[in-house]
Design a binder for this molecule. Structure first.
Ligand code: MRU
Length: 358
């Protein structure tokens, strides 16, 4: 059998050629093209343009990216090296504001840099590489654990709705929202998955439908405005979505339209689960109101994917890339440590405590 998209790493390091290698997700599902990124500008653009996307994947890309950029720094002493390291780190971090994983991974890399400040440059660079590899390996392990916990919430034959792409293409393997689906597939659960197309960038149609179909999962594509219909018809037993940032009270930022799905799910009594590696929980942000929501260009709504512009010239467009689902619409937050249940202020604080005492 030929290679599928699942056979390629979403993000990889080619250390020998000093390159960050990504699947260009803007070309999917038509072409599977790998991009080799060398400069800070190439990396920034790839994240901004969603050639690499999804909260965990941009965290991994950021970690490998800053390692490769650190390798290029020419400095005689640590202080000069560090000033340039922070400059590059802040530049990469400015590419997308909502997903906390990017700043989380970059901060983790900075801590390694400081921890080894007394050592030689070569040794600092080596430690940065090890940390970036660790971040990616942990991502694989974490997603699998999220999958196990998520799987305990559903049963064979269930209908599952997902929004956007929180799949393998958004992580290093398994995805977050798709991890229970992939594990279920391995174990003969035969889920019926419904993928929202996810306007305006069509991550559901182009990416989720593509990767699940490539994995042999029974997936049905629906437009974003059809989720109420499939829920009302009893086709959905659970919603699994990913997230870009979870506030300390459980309010959750994810792809625009997620909040609408949660509202509809509540109406039809369908449990709504957010799948979140703990790196996506931002305990320093008290509520969703403080989460910065990225706004993107009007052309994504008026032109992209159409043969010719479909909206009137100069019409006003509002294009927030994410929305915040209120915590009270969320049934559970599935992390690598288990499922946090409402009230989330308490359950997430307890989770933080548990992590701190490990
Ligand atoms: O704009 P995108 O495609 O990066 O948005 C991605 C999402 O909203 C995902 O659901 C989220 O990052 C979680 S990915 C495991």
């Amino acid at each position: 059998m030929g290679k599928t998209v699942l056979d390629y790493d979403t993000v990889a390091l080619d250390d020998e050629h000093d390159a960050l290698v990504i699947i260009d997700q803007t070309k999917l599902p038509g072409d599977i093209e790998l991009l080799h990124l060398h400069t800070a500008k190439e990396m920034w653009d790839a994240i901004y343009l969603l050639q690499v996307r999804g909260a965990p994947a941009i965290g991994v890309a950021g970690a490998y990216g800053i390692y490769l950029l650190a390798k290029q720094i020419r400095a005689d002493n640590f202080d000069d090296f560090y000033i340039e390291f922070v400059r590059q780190k802040e530049y990469l971090n400015s590419s997308r504001p909502t997903a906390v994983n990017l700043s989380w991974a970059l901060n983790r890399m900075e801590r390694v840099c400081l921890l080894h400040r007394e050592e030689s440059m070569d040794s600092i660079i080596e430690s940065l590489k090890e940390e970036a590899i660790l971040i990616q390996q942990e991502d694989i392990d974490i997603c699998r654990r999220i999958g196990e916990h998520g799987l305990s919430l559903v049963k064979p034959g269930d209908g599952i709705l997902t929004h956007c792409n929180a799949g393998k293409l958004a992580t290093s393997r398994y995805g977050t929202a798709t991890a229970p689906i992939y594990l279920g597939e391995e174990r003969g659960y035969h889920f019926h998955v419904y993928a929202d197309e996810t306007r305006p960038l069509l991550q559901g149609a182009r990416l989720t439908a593509f990767e699940l179909q490539s994995a042999g999962v029974d997936v049905t594509l629906i437009c974003d405005n059809m989720s109420a219909t499939v829920m009302k018809q009893g086709k959905i037993q659970a919603v699994f979505v990913g997230c870009d940032r979870v506030a300390a009270n459980g309010d959750t930022a994810n792809k625009i339209g997620t909040s609408m799905v949660a509202t509809v799910a509540r109406r039809y009594g369908v449990p709504f689960y957010v799948c979140a590696p703990t790196s996506t929980i931002d305990w320093d942000t008290p509520t969703g109101g403080e989460i910065v929501i990225e706004e993107r260009g009007a052309e994504e709504v008026t032109e992209m994917w159409y043969e010719k512009r479909m909206a009137p010239e100069s019409v006003k467009v509002f294009n927030p890339a994410f929305d915040v689902t209120d915590a009270d619409l969320i049934t559970g937050i599935v992390t690598e440590y288990g499922v946090a249940m409402a009230p989330f202020t308490e359950s997430l604080a307890a989770l933080r405590d548990e992590i701190d005492h490990r």
